[in-house]
Design a protein around this ligand. Structure first.
Ligand code: SAM
Ligand code: PRE
Length: 247
């Protein structure tokens, strides 16, 4: 994995451009996401452990918005069911290119890993195959809010009985005091990870138009509306959470 530190927002940018998953972000992404998302390494590793409980033989396991394939690698480390294959998809060409390199490196280090296909494409246009596990790790928040229900409905229809959607997201909170407290604590987390006030402020402006977090209540209601029968939060650290949604 690239060890390049994230300094993308360290210098004053004047007009801060909207955040995009371009080559600059790809170069620093492992560092950026670890220093920005509290609990990220725990979520990724345990997502593999959870997925192993839901994976069923001869089915697809999806990693939607796979970036550099951290979740795909965890699925390949943990899932032991016969005949499963991982399908990783991302619409950033720069992410997909680097993801393929990382997965080739994983293949050269370990034997008997699940086969994987990395697709450069839009998850909104994906024809889903029958799946036992669908992972969406911090991806739904980048989908336009009005398209989220339809996407989740299509995922629900692709999920086999006994399978699961594992959905991780940044949360907003309906109670204003709770929202302010957890937002401040997230800023403290970033500061403790070496980000300056300028970096924190410029990143906030870069993402505010492109990333629209929902509350836990909105997620639960939308997942139930999409046809899921049960929604179980399994992890929360500050304003970042991960949910299991059962078909
Ligand atoms: C925060 S990153 C995901 C991190 C990654 N899942 C992980 O755990 O390391 C969000 C990713 O979703 C991708 N993405 C956003 N919208 C997408 C879409 N409509 N179709 C496919 N990928 C999308 C972005 O290119 C980006 O790589
Ligand atoms: O809230 C933030 O400041 C974030 O940086 C969050 C977040 C995310 O949740 O995906 C946003 C963009 C980057 O991909 C890494 C982290």
């Amino acid at each position: 994995m690239s060890k390049e530190p994230d300094r993308l927002f360290a210098q004053p940018l004047g007009q801060v451009p909207d955040f995009a998953f371009n080559e600059d972000v790809v170069r620093v992404f492992p560092d950026m996401i670890k220093r920005s998302v509290p609990g990220y390494p725990t979520i990724v590793e345990n997502l593999g452990v959870l997925a192993a409980q839901f994976a069923q033989p001869n089915t697809a396991l999806y990693d939607l918005g796979s970036s550099l394939g951290a979740v795909t690698q965890a699925l390949r480390r943990h899932v032991r069911s016969e005949g499963c294959r991982v399908i990783a998809i991302d619409n950033s060409a720069a992410m997909v290119e680097r993801c393929r390199q990382y997965l080739n490196a994983q293949d050269s280090m370990f034997q008997e890993l699940l086969p994987v296909e990395v697709i450069e494409g839009d998850i909104l246009a994906l024809e889903f195959q029958p799946a036992s596990v669908v992972a969406m790790n911090f991806t739904l928040q980048f989908i336009a809010p009005e398209q989220r229900l339809e996407l989740l409905t299509r995922i629900r229809q692709a999920l086999l009985p006994g399978g699961a959607l594992i959905l991780s997201e940044k949360l907003r909170f309906e109670d204003a005091d709770e929202h302010a407290l957890l937002t401040d604590l997230h800023v403290a987390f970033k500061r403790a990870n070496g980000y300056s006030e300028l970096e924190i402020a410029q990143k906030r402006s870069a993402i505010e138009n492109v990333m629209k977090p929902d509350s836990l209540e909105e997620h639960r209601e939308r997942l139930l509306a999409a046809g899921f029968s049960k929604v179980v939060p399994w992890f929360q650290c500050l304003n970042f959470a991960s949910l299991i949604a059962l078909p």
